[in-house]
Ligand binder design. Structure first.
Ligand code: COA
Ligand code: AMP
Length: 622
């Protein structure tokens, strides 16, 4: 039997045996005696009686094992022209001190800390410091506006917020601190303290009594020791877009997370301790949590923290420079990044300037890898280009080509095979299983493997309603797709109202909620339309209230979405339409809208209230 078949088969037939074995890679303060608690379905808990500290696994144990002088984190920031390497000993010292400082502000086990920061080492240190105290971090991506930040603060109710004076985008300085100030003014449950990293590029003003300077605070702090927590205690909450405007707080536990990420580093990514792994994402996304911060450090590898873009900082050779300079073995990024590099450097002339002999793999995820991008990367890099599919909810790959376990021939357009623990089935609307080759909803039979979400933050009911109720006994991924005759999975895209823009997940419902607040808008719909570089872009269709003027409206709506949701929404397309296609019960026919925008010859749905609307829309969108 092949290594993959053996591992996958064991994980489904005997999950406790398989993950119990994998758990040996973790240093526990209390070894697991029970592996899976399945007494309260559909809620499952991994390693229910075990204890550990995630930060101690990521830092202390490597120093104790003699890796103290090895590079843990390489900070490479073309936007500030800075490079700095932290050894494991240095990262541990800074983290322990940060943990001491947070403890001095009253942060303890189970307390929450919101982190709203650019890609600087202090962001990683703050995350690890929370883990050290058994506190729960909630990182909010810097591209979100104050209102979105306030919504997250009110849901997670932090004791402290950690931020920086600014972020540096190639075209502008993003002033983080005023956004924090505005969010804290808006929030109903603002924290008592805000810890601020003052960046030289642009310092910020401080609020007396509430705001504390990072450097001054850490200078006075005593290092804190790691606090053991239950494997089932939350390590972090990461908000992600659902189908409504209210983001979902994805909960990640400590024990299952450490076990799954360690397994993935060796078996999926083929990385060993001491090797350099680079996830070119942002700590505000799940890829950043799992593969910039936790997985490489849990393994004792070296992680790269890159504050820059694939192009423009300064040119489309930026990624190749980082790889050659820091001897990166595997790069993980989103297909968008490769598309944007290819657009500016189609003949890979910048790539040819660098020695990439150390680079063995390119991994991509976050959105569909289109075959053109795949072929360009393979041709110019000459290494395996591995598509893998996962979600904020799962925290690690649901389907991949596991380079460290068994290498399968790549089929362009497929993320290859289910990973251990993910018992994937393609289900039809009536819950029956689809045949090979037939498209349906991609579902995973419960229990999900370790490392995946046990629930949503303070919202068990919403967890059940969103993911588990459509097909009882299964987790609904929200993606559609099929298996082929060789057992390869093909992921065709979301079957709900979530869209993917430059590998960033957005809710069309959240944008609609903002558009609907404009006094001229009677009703609206937002759909994802194809975008050459970013995969998808949001497009708004608005119907005016009678007497309202269309002039200047598009600009106002674009500005409104940017103000309320943030630059990350990249909302730039608005059309005023005479009406929206709806069912007789008033539900907007989004699938029909998406089809028309994609130029498809959509059939007229039998449930449509007014078929004439479609002709008008075809003229505007087609
Ligand atoms: N803080 C504040 N603002 C941010 C930000 C951050 N951390 N990241 C992005 N933004 C802003 C950008 O400046 C931009 O603002 P603008 O409208 O004023 O230009 C806006 O948010 C949209 O950002 P983005 O969609 O990323 O567009 P971009 O033109 O800045 O960059 C890419 C495009 C393709 C280079 C970039 O999206 C990318 O590298 N994506 C792939 C990698 C990735 O991060 N994937 C995430 C999951 S793996
Ligand atoms: P996020 O939670 O931001 O990681 O987004 C998860 C969603 O991104 C998934 O549900 C998919 O729709 C999409 N996605 C992620 N990886 C892939 C992939 N390799 N192929 C196709 N879609 C993907």
């Amino acid at each position: 039997m092949s290594a993959y078949s053996e591992a996958f088969g064991a994980s489904i037939a005997d999950p406790a045996g398989f993950w119990g074995e994998a758990a040996r890679a973790v240093t526990w303060t209390r070894e697991p005696q029970r592996i899976l608690d399945d007494t309260n379905p559909p809620f499952y808990r991994w390693f229910p009686d075990a204890e550990l500290n995630t930060c101690a696994n990521a830092l202390d144990r490597h120093v104790e094992a003699g890796r103290g002088d090895q590079a843990a984190l390489i900070y490479d920031s073309p936007v500030t022209d800075t490079k700095r390497t932290y050894t494991y000993s240095e990262l541990l010292a800074a983290t322990a001190r940060c943990a001491g400082a947070l403890r001095g502000l009253g942060v303890g086990k189970g307390d929450r800390v919101v982190i709203y920061m650019p890609m600087i080492p202090e962001a990683v240190i703050a995350m690890l410091a929370c883990a050290r105290l058994g506190a729960v971090h909630s990182v909010v991506f810097g591209g979100f506006a104050p209102h979105e930040l306030a919504v997250r603060i009110d849901d997670v109710r932090p004791s402290v917020v950690v931020t920086a004076s600014c972020g540096i985008e190639p075209s502008r300085i993003v002033e983080y601190k005023p956004m924090i100030d505005e969010a804290l003014d808006m929030a109903e449950h603002p924290p008592a303290h805000c810890v601020v990293v003052q960046r030289e590029r642009q310092r910020c003003s401080m609020v007396d009594g509430r705001d504390l300077d990072w450097d001054a605070l850490l200078a006075e702090a005593e290092p804190a020791a790691p606090v053991p927590v239950a494997a089932t205690d939350p390590l972090y909450v990461l908000y992600t877009s659902g189908t409504t405007g209210k983001p979902k707080g994805i909960v990640r536990d400590n024990g299952g997370h450490a076990v799954a990420l360690l397994w993935s580093m060796r078996n999926i990514y083929d990385i060993a301790p001491g090797e350099v792994f680079w996830a070119a994402s942002d700590v505000g996304w799940v890829v950043g949590h799992s593969y910039i911060v936790y997985a490489p450090l849990l393994l004792g590898a070296t992680t790269v923290l890159y504050e820059g873009k694939p192009v423009g900082t300064p040119d489309p050779g930026a990624f190749w420079r980082v790889i050659s300079e820091h001897n990166v073995k595997a790069l993980f990024t989103a297909p968008t990044a490769i598309r944007v590099i290819r657009k500016e450097d189609p003949n890979a002339e910048h790539l040819a300037r660098y020695d990439l002999s150390g680079l063995k793999y390119l991994y991509v995820a976050g959105e569909r890898l289109d075959p053109d991008t795949y072929h360009w990367a393979v041709k110019n890099l000459g290494i395996p280009v591995i598509d893998h599919w996962w979600q904020t909810e799962t925290g690690w790959a649901i389907a991949a080509n596991p380079m460290g376990l068994e290498q399968f021939p790549v089929k362009a357009g497929s993320p290859t095979k289910p990973m251990p623990g993910y018992d994937i089935h393609i289900l039809a609307d009536d819950g029956s299983r689809c045949e090979t080759g037939q498209d349906g909803a991609i579902c995973i039979r419960l229990p999900l493997p370790p490392g995946t979400l046990p629930t949503l933050w303070n919202a068990d009911d919403r967890y059940e309603a969103s993911y588990l109720s459509e097909h009882p006994g299964y987790y609904l991924t929200g993606d559609g797709g099929r298996f082929d005759e060789d057992g390869y999975l093909f992921v065709m895209g979301r079957i709900d109202d979530v869209i993917n823009v430059a590998g960033h997940r957005l809710s069309t419902g959240a944008i609609e909620e903002v558009l609907a607040t404009h006094p001229a808008v009677a009703e609206c719909a937002v759909i994802g339309v194809a975008d050459e570089i970013k995969g998808q872009a949001p497009r708004g269709l608005v119907v005016l209230k009678s007497g309202a003027a269309a002039e200047g409206l598009a600009d106002e709506l674009i500005a409104l979405v940017r103000k309320e949701i943030g630059a990350v929404a990249t909302f730039r397309l608005v059309d005023v339409v005479p009406g929206l296609p709806k069912t007789r019960s008033g539900k907007i026919l989004r699938k029909t809208l998406r089809g028309i925008a994609a130029g498809r010859d959509e059939p007229v749905p039998s449930t449509i209230e007014d078929p004439a609307v479609l002709d008008a829309l075809k003229g505007i969108l087609g």
